[in-house]
Design a protein around this ligand. Structure first.
Ligand code: ADP
Length: 229
């Protein structure tokens, strides 16, 4: 098995490309979904967050008020680090579990959909492929304003808070250029999908896993023989 990291900038089209890959049958792990799951009420991360940030960050339903928490950490680097130290290990554990699940079901690769892939850089060392969904700044701005119903000033400040998309483009192995039509993007996604499907990179991990399993089987057989004798 091998891992593919998918990322982009706000409203560059990452979710659009992710759905296209999903429709083609690619297994996708969405880091945003996992991040929400690990802070569900009564989970380990949830309890630690409430312990450190107080029950005032809870909604009436008992769930974490993500907006309030976001505002808290926006104004304090220390709190942001604390929150990350609570959530990141849980997110990585949950993602690893999902990867294992796909591996055991025989999938050749898994796509990790991670918005801050190049900002945190924690996962990049494990990825065989990185994909950036790019679109030109004017298109990105107008799609952001339209999708999130923002005025130009607000959209500009959201874009300014992110790592420039151009920089991400320079770091990626593959670039999906999404400034044009959806059809054009779909054609590029199909090409990427074919490359991933044709890749033999999955073999290495399979062979290692089989060797380990065979070794383990040998040890068990040997132990059983000694016990029976
Ligand atoms: P991201 O997940 O990167 O934030 P989205 O996939 O949600 O971005 O796309 C941002 C907005 O632009 C959405 O409203 C989406 O429907 C629209 N969009 C994405 N790609 C295209 C395209 N090629 N042509 C027209 N609209 C697009």
């Amino acid at each position: 098995m091998f891992l593919v990291g998918l990322t982009g900038g706000i409203s560059s089209g990452k979710s659009t490309v992710s759905s296209m890959l999903r429709e083609l049958g690619c297994p996708i792990i969405d880091a945003d979904v996992v991040a929400r799951q690990v802070v569900e009420p009564n989970s380990r991360a949830y309890c630690r967050i409430v312990q450190h940030f107080g029950s005032e960050i809870l909604l009436e339903s008992g769930k974490i008020d993500r907006q309030k928490l976001g505002e808290l950490i926006f104004s304090s680097e220390e709190k942001r680090k604390l929150l990350n130290s609570i959530t990141h290990p849980e997110i990585h554990k949950a993602m690893l579990k999902e990867i294992l699940f796909y591996f055991l079901r025989g999938y050749r690769y898994v796509v990790l959909d991670v918005p801050l892939l190049f900002e945190t850089r924690r996962l990049t060392q494990f990825l065989n492929h990185t994909v950036v969904v790019y679109c030109d700044p004017a298109t990105q701005m107008s799609r952001l304003m339209q999708r999130d119903v923002l005025n130009q000033e607000k959209a500009e400040s959201r874009l300014a808070a992110q790592m420039p998309l151009n920089e991400k483009r320079g770091l990626a192995k593959h670039v999906i250029e999404n400034s044009g039509s959806r059809e054009d993007t779909h054609r590029q996604v199909l090409r990427l999908h074919t490359k991933l499907e044709d890749s033999m990179e999955f073999l290495l991990v399979r062979v290692i896993a089989m060797a380990v399993a065979a070794g383990l089987g040998g040890v068990l057989l040997y132990s059983a023989k000694i016990l029976v004798a």
